[in-house]
Design a protein around this ligand. Structure first.
Ligand code: ADP
Length: 568
């Protein structure tokens, strides 16, 4: 049977070296380097303990003992430095050098005088110790260890980051367990001249090195679910490993070994899947936070935009009002001149030539067009500010449409277009609406049909839909509308591509206002067109509503309240 007092320290020395290399492989920052050096010193310390037992009866044992003390001070120094670099760097090179000085001094003194601490050594229970130096040595070692713990405590308190806090806790827990376990066999018992149990120290050291390694490698993942799974799996492996090592026969060892291999394989799979799940969850949580932030930004942008929109509407409203007064003056004077009013006050207009008349007529028409545009702009700001007022009355839509059509016939004729009006039936075309606004809507649609029809006809008709609502249809043989833009024309300032060629001065406001007015009436407006160059038909629908006819509007003898059809 191999002597475990020798094999255990040697094995742990090897394990620590492998661990150090493994950790250093992934990262290259200063805290990792210090940690790697710490692990090397721990490995050296384990190795020296193995050597003490191995060389117990040889004169070389003094070398192993001194190596043990030197490597021990090395580990505590590196542990302290590590806590000042991880999770966050708080020490610079100068501070590190100053703090390292006493340790270098101790190491140098031990090297210079090999019997500084242990005067003579015969066996693990028979040796002489220099109490004074051993006391100073222990004091220095514990000062460094306690400073390191205080440093961990400060990082925990100062850190606001959950991961950093968790990392600090893991380091503190691992190292506390380690130092507590080795306190008695490696520090206290030697005081009483007993080296027999110092081989326990290397086992305790593994707790420290793995805890620190774990804290560092789990830089981005400290989740209780992951930790629990890992602990459970490691425990399972440990139990299985012990079973392998304590197997009675070769056959048992083989079976237990196989079980261990399977457990390692599936354990790794399990840990990986839990990590993946947690990572996904973190990702989703991250995305949700990003979304919430984006949403907040969007909301505030929306509030800003609404504010701007309001300011814009106010500006348009004010500007339009300001434009209206001088325009009225222009129109008034030009109309006087056109009508041949000879004088205005003391001013004599004089005779206007035919060319002058023509020019003034153009000025008058342009001023009229401008008045309409300004009126549209004012309507837009009224709609957007919710100031559009509607006065609802009952009137016969058929009469109104016919009147507008009649008025437009002259304009259509000027454009060499055939404008006709007709209704499919003589039914009830009474609607309850704001007659002025509806006149504006229908006038605009017919006007558009004339503007956007280079040749052919404009047919205006009225009919009842299957549901019984009243529909005005304005069909032309004009430029038509491509399907791709048909849905966008009711938006503010939107025109189709071909529109500019036929009518240069359009603003793209009319249809928007028409739609808003129809919406306010609970009605509808829409376009149908087979495509570009194939004409289009505009529909304006007044939805039928059952309303109660009151006593004073009845013409019949009945005293009962009657129901009648109305369109709004
Ligand atoms: P405007 O006529 O001043 O451009 P509107 O809002 O009245 O503004 O019309 C918006 C757009 O709809 C027009 O620019 C034109 O592209 C299209 N449009 C309207 N009526 C017709 C029509 N009868 N035929 C073809 N296109 C039309």
């Amino acid at each position: 049977m191999p002597d475990y007092t020798v094999t255990i320290p040697f094995a742990l020395s090897l394990i620590n070296i492998v661990l150090g290399i493994f950790i250093l492989y992934g990262r290259r920052d200063w805290s990792t380097r210090v940690y790697a050096l710490f692990v090397v010193f721990v490995a050296l310390w384990c190795f020296s303990i193995g050597m003490i037992f191995y060389l117990e009866s040889s004169p070389l044992v003094m070398f192993a003992i001194n190596l043990n003390y030197i490597s021990a001070v090395g580990t505590v120094l590196l542990f302290l430095i590590f806590t000042k670099l991880f999770p966050r760097k708080t020490w610079n090179l100068k501070t590190i050098s100053i703090v390292s000085l006493p340790i270098f001094l101790i190491a140098a003194l031990i090297l210079l005088d090999p019997s500084l601490i242990i005067k003579s050594f015969v066996s693990r229970t028979d040796f002489r110790i220099e109490y004074m130096t051993y006391a100073i040595y222990t004091f220095v070692v514990y000062t460094y260890i306690l400073s390191a713990f205080y440093s961990l405590y400060s990082s925990y308190r100062e850190s606001k980051d959950y991961t950093e806090k968790s990392q600090t806790i893991v380091v503190a827990l691992g190292t506390t367990c380690g130092y507590l376990v080795l306190l008695i066999p490696n520090i206290i018992l030697p005081w009483f001249l007993d080296y027999s149990y110092i081989w326990i120290g290397p086992i305790a050291s593994l707790t420290m090195t793995t805890a620190i390694g774990y804290a560092m490698s789990k830089h981005h993942l400290f989740d209780i679910k992951v930790i629990a799974t890992e602990l459970f799996t490691f425990l399972l492996w440990l139990i299985l490993l012990i079973r392998v090592l304590t197997s009675d026969s070769y056959g048992d060892a083989l079976v237990n070994g196989l079980i261990l291999v399977f457990a390692i394989f599936f354990g790794i799979l399990l840990i990986k899947s839990v990590i993946r799940e947690v990572k996904n969850r973190e990702k989703i949580e991250g995305l949700a936070t990003e979304l919430a932030v984006a949403n907040d930004e969007l909301n505030s942008a929306n509030v800003r935009l609404k504010g701007l929109d309001k300011q814009k509407s106010e500006f348009v409203s004010i500007a339009s009002h300001q434009l209206r007064s001088p325009l009225t003056a222009i129109k008034g004077y030009v109309s006087m001149l056109l009508e041949g009013t000879p004088s205005y006050g003391d001013l004599k207009a004089g005779k206007i030539t035919e060319a002058g008349y023509e020019a003034l007529d153009r000025v008058f028409k342009s001023a009229n067009a401008l008045v309409l545009i300004i009126e549209d702009l004012l309507n837009i700001s009224r709609i957007e500010q919710g100031r559009m007022q509607y006065t609802m009355t009952d009137f016969n839509l058929r009469d109104m449409v016919k009147e507008i059509a009649d008025n437009m016939t002259i304009v259509a004729r000027e454009h060499k277009l055939d404008l006709t009006f007709g209704s499919n039936d003589d039914g009830n075309y009474t609607v309850n609406a704001d007659s002025g606004k509806i006149r504006q809507v229908i006038g605009n649609i017919i006007d558009n049909s004339i503007k956007y029809t280079p040749s052919g006809s404009v047919k205006i008709s009225l009919h009842h839909s299957d549901e019984g609502s009243v529909v005005v249809a304005v069909k032309d043989t004009g430029i038509g509308i491509p399907a791709s833009v048909i849905g966008t024309l009711f938006q503010k300032f939107t025109r189709s591509e071909g529109a500019g060629k036929v009518n240069v001065t359009g603003t793209g406001i009319g249809l928007y206002i028409a739609q808003e007015i129809m919406k306010a009436h609970g009605g509808k407006i829409w376009i149908e067109s087979p495509g570009e160059g194939k004409g289009s038909t505009f529909f304006i629908e007044f939805i039928k509503q059952k309303t109660q006819m009151t006593e004073n509007t009845k013409t019949t003898q009945s005293t009962n309240v009657q129901s009648s059809d109305k369109f709004v």
